[in-house]
Design a protein around this ligand. Sequence first.
Ligand code: NAP
Length: 306
Amino acid sequence: MIYDLIIIGSGPAGLAAAIYAARAELQFVVLEKDGISGGQVLQTYEVNNYPGFKNISGYDLATSFRDHAESLGSNFVSFEVSSITRERDKTFHIKGEDGSEYVSRSVIACTGAAHKKLDIPGEEELTGSGVSYCATCDGAFFKNKTVAVVGGGDTAFEDALYLSRLCEKVYIVHRRSLFRAAGSLVSLARRAENIEFLTDMVPKEIVGTDGVVSSLTLKSVRTGTESSIDVSGVFIAIGMTPNSELFSQITECNKEGFIITSSDCSTQMPGLYAAGDVRTKDLRQIVTAVADGAVAVSSLVKYLSE
Ligand code: NAP
């Protein structure tokens, strides 16, 4: 069978694309790597900037997106894509590890992004033993303990605020004294009594004792002096790397690996669209990922009819 559309990935962008594809009555399927929808949103404790919901858990928001897509007849398949090619007849051939294949006239890449690493000693060895990339997943292990959150963006501040409700003390370690995070999050963190800011500092090493994190070594970017803080956990929130490898063979990505797209979410390969965090854009939020899903479907409907 040749589908009109294959959606790869089922975070907010993929789920919104599924809703719009169903409404456009396309023959389509959503391929999801581990059979779980929601992407990064599932790891978000509280979402309070998605219109219509003053406060909703990431899990509930993702579940309602999925329910909505399913209610319109979207078909979700657990399938790990190993390669994508575009053939002379302009169809896309999407192969899985087991050799099975989907064929489609268009594709939307909704594969999102993965956590960046600090690449410092101790990080890899102590991951899962005090080093974490997901405060909402692992925060409960650090109840009444002292932890550090590394980063100065929205994720770092959301993580720090979440952890401050569980932990005795939270350090926010940032390499500058200005933050990328929304002003409202920074104000909340400044008001929290158990959050301490360590700015102009870069992590040098995560130290473990008996196989679990015991301290974090920091270096001042101003003076070069090294210091150490005693912590049981280090939460790393320094941004994301796009999951674009599959597509870099068939379209252009920028130097950070984000798929280059036009404002209609089309890529440089006709029939291939990208939506959500995996594409080049100024603002990576749930609301913009959802908008991308809708825009991509609207653009590819025109492409399919040409
Ligand atoms: P981000 O905005 O890219 O911030 C990454 C932070 O980590 C920056 O402060 C950066 O410092 C720092 N950093 C990067 N590499 C580092 C390194 N090697 N060592 C030390 N620090 C390093 O990433 P994010 O916070 O994950 O957010 C990603 C996107 O998702 C953003 O667009 C954000 O707005 C969005 N987001 C939205 C929500 C929401 O709407 N509720 C929640 C979370 C995230 P510099 O500032 O010095 O570069």
